[in-house]
Design a binder for this molecule. Sequence first.
Ligand code: GUN
Ligand code: ZN
Length: 645
Amino acid sequence: MFEIKHRDGMARMGEFSTPHGTVQTPNIMPVVNPNLKLISPRELRERFKSQVIITNSYVIYQSEYLRERALDKGLHSLLDYDGVVMTDSGTFQAHVYGELGIDPVEILDFQVDMGSDISTILDMFTEPTDSPSVISKKVDITVDRATQALKRHGDIPGHIALPVQGGILPKMREDCARRLSHLKGSFYPIGGVVPLLENYRYFNLVNVIAASKRGLGPAGPVHLFGAGHPMLYPLAVLLGCDLFDSSSYAKYAGRGDMMYPDGTRNVKDIEHLSCLCPACSDLTVEELRAMDGDERKKRIAEHNLWVSYNEIERIKQAIREESLWELVEMRARAHPYLLDALRALAKNRSTMEAYEPRGRSRAIFYTGKSTLDRPCIGRLKEWICNSYVPPVKGPTVIFNVKGGRKPYHRYLTRELDALLREHTVNLLVKTPMGPVPLEMDEVYPVAQSIFPEDMVDEDALNEYVDRGDVTDVLYWEGMETLDILEKSPGISFHEMKVRSVCEYQFCKGAGAVLTEGELKFAKNRKGSIKNVFLDDFHVLSMRHYDGLFSLKEEGARILHRNFRAPTLRVQVTEDSALFNRDGKNVFNGFVTHAWEHIRPGDEVLIVEGDDTLVAVARAFNGHLEMLYYDIGLAARTRTGITDQS
Ligand code: GUN
Ligand code: ZN
């Protein structure tokens, strides 16, 4: 019921279906108070094109008039809204006012009976100040209520929202989320975060979201309960949140607070409106201030909503161009506490890395130290430090490329010619990301990144040099460096490239098996590798935009022969294999196993049964999603394989 259409790391654009239509995510659900309709649901639908709103079932239940009408005519008619309506359960009121004696079964049944599209269980709100034992009890009750709720209402056409609780303890969050995800629910809010939002505890907030997502896996949609300020949307979407509810738009308006993507300004402090939203565009700030209380409040609430929706559009564009991290970094400059959130992102890098493609077509922009914490950079650095094996046995020559024009090797052709013709050496280049094997210089994000000129990471280089097995390091000081080196012919730069890139891209040992034999290359106009032939078989083609290889049928056969399952494999059912052999794509619902290192965009071997190769494909999803989802594309088949030679 939730299908991902586009992604940028953990961030996703998706669609999920409900009895009242499809909701595109990311999206916001304006909170509607059935007693005071500041902006009416009909206006939300018609003017703001809202697809989904949220209201509170407890408030409706409390009023005999509303309750009777809701049960009689239905929730949508009560609100005069024909889009999707989510209802909350009264948990938040219990958090604010204390124990209210709400019956969890009654309040859920009531939501279902009114015809809510997304009904929420009465979860137990976990406070940041709760002790571990209190949190543990509340989580148990929440999971128990979730289990009962699905038993009772598992087959209704609408959704049941199962909020993740767990206070600010990442372990408890993750545990609660994992238990809820095992229930295979269709809608997962992250609850208990309002106190963190109110107190700007964004460091905790990021840890809570990341821990919840670790436990939930790719389950979705994920709704961040109570996050109503657009300033936080990019960050939350980056971490895989799909939906936000907003009552802040109205609450803020009551005190004259106008929301902007970079913070809040009070109307009395504003001299220049600087907003072109439909609510502001025909007004001067003097006219806005001069309005009477209710009229002004409505205008400001409208502005707040427009700004919120607009930020969602901005985020969607960023996902489409895979630049959401940059948007988050930019927005983080608006508030020091958001910089804390960036720090927390770095701490949760491995959670994000599981969803991070190995390559992208778009270059990353350096906008500050936090850029170096990006999962794509961290992964490469870690690999270079811990797993990279230099392609030959010999000294390492380190280059310092001034100005950092890329790919580096293209500006070193004379040096490389002289070096590799007569010497067995490994090559390293100093970069802003630390030392990079020169033969990896076209790999994402080494070539696909823009840094300030002359920035290099000396510390990372020193660490690398100190790691023990790197002996015999020398710095390139011009052609006279050649005089120090012993003579013995090396391997070609292209061969080095195939070896190291395959090790990084496929698996340990892939570089060796894909170069054992007679290597030939087809090159492009600039002399870069286009195609790789091994013993006259076309095994690999270079993807020009991310410096990684696409895998040809013969290359796939070599990897399949040399590495045991599950390495590089996506295992599918027999039914699926029939189609995949024919060149048809692989769908999530037919995946029975996927190697844990598969990331979106990876080259994969499609196998069936006892490891028979049926196709070579390019993963659309990472391994987590392939296994979790029942619908949607898992991998695009490049070539079906019918014979087993
Ligand atoms: N509204 C804000 N926070 C929460 C929460 O944790 N649970 C529910 N049900 N509603 C909320
Ligand atoms: Zn405006």
